[in-house]
Design a protein around this ligand. Sequence first.
Ligand code: ADP
Ligand code: MG
Ligand code: ZN
Length: 500
Amino acid sequence: MTAIAEVMDYDEVLERYDPVLGLEVHVELNTNTKMFCGCANVFGGEPNTHVCPVCLGMPGALPAVNGKAIESAMRIGLALNCEIAEWCRFARKNYFYPDMPKNFQTSQYDEPIAFNGYLDVELDDGSTFRVDIERAHMEEDTGKSLHVGGATGRIHGADYSLLDYNRAGVPLIEIVTKPLVGTGERAPEVARAYVAALRDLLRGLDVSDVRMDQGSLRCDANVSLMPKGTTEFGTRTETKNVNSLRSVERAVRYEMTRHAAVLAGGGTIRQETRHFDESTATTRAGRVKETAEDYRYFPEPDLVPIAPSREWVEELRASLPEPPWVRRKTIQQEWGLTDLELRDLVNADALDLVAATVDAGAKPDDARSWWVSYLSQQAKVLNKELAELPITPAQVARVSALVADGSLTNKLARAVVDGVLAGEGEPDQVVEQRGLKVVSDDSALTAAVDEALAAQPDVAEKIRSGKVAAAGAIVGAVMKATKGQADAKRVRELIIERCS
Ligand code: ADP
Ligand code: MG
Ligand code: ZN
């Protein structure tokens, strides 16, 4: 075991160093088929069922490029304000790894399809940070290894490894930023906000599922520090596959504090990959980083160059959807939100979920309240992203409808949501199984009211003599008797009826 590295207090890091950030985001495209063959592009599936000679790298098998993937790549490039190459090629990136049967990854190297763009990212305080984009290039995903037998699921200590090539050849776009300077203390926030903005943008383009939890959006975070007052970049580390927005922020922050401790102690940072550990919010060393030469890149001889016509590019540019920040303004007006309410919604990462809940029939205010309060709290407790909670917008809309029609009180509704989160099924099933329906059956309620009146004759007398305010005690008793499942308003009406 390696010892946990020393870290420097964050405030001291900022007094002594300026951070430089570089973010690499891999996006799996949601095309029907893979990048260079006709195999289905779907998440999961029985291992090795979506494979063919091309994606298994059989000798003699010839790839053909997926036109839809090229189109998606160009749309992404355009949405990121990039220039689109007039002519570019694929390249072979040579290295051996068992999950990559060809022993090279078909990628793009010095001729990316899109380059020189930017994305303006809104931060929590409402200010904007411009993230310059170096390039967006096309490549293919690798298969997946499963290491069996060890304690950690890593190859070390495993008894054997299993390989699943279903993911091999899935179209990937890698989006790489320029080195980002000038973020200062906001470096971790900028990293998170950029990945969030990119994810929203990609979702709006409908080019990917952008599920960080399933790996269809993956982020590698490069960090280095330079002593304050200097401008030469320090050595970077690259923290790989950080798989939630929260982890992106935490990984950057941790690396800043670790680098600072090493540098201040007179040490040097090794250029290496690192792995983020969710449970400790720290990183551990991976492999020393190869340089580009080690990969022996060369142009892919089995694929023709790509030379998209300018007409095609302009057609795609003209058909780009409204960007998320414009959509936000529209939603803000439709739902009548204040700036603060909108920002809370965006910061809670709840906008799309609320919109989907509204689409499923809920009132905007109800939908918003579920996601930004109760469900956000549950997400914190479960240490999950809101979108990862095992409840769908349709289910939230159903619970909301049950409250609106008086079948559930707010308290009962939260119990129904708890049931859905616990995997007990659809809201109606949970209501049924947990017996959570509001008792609105008048005969049952009248019986409970009569019983409560009989048990408190003095209170009953007061109500009969016109002191309606005294009814509260009886309502309370009925609610208790029905375990909170009575409709309080109806109970009050019945009490008055019985006492007049
Ligand atoms: P690699 O192939 O090693 O992953 P890339 O060029 O794909 O290299 O990505 C490196 C990322 O790190 C880019 O976003 C780049 O802007 C950024 N970067 C380069 N140098 C530094 C540095 N010294 N500190 C922080 N980030 C850096
Ligand atoms: Mg890279
Ligand atoms: Zn295939």
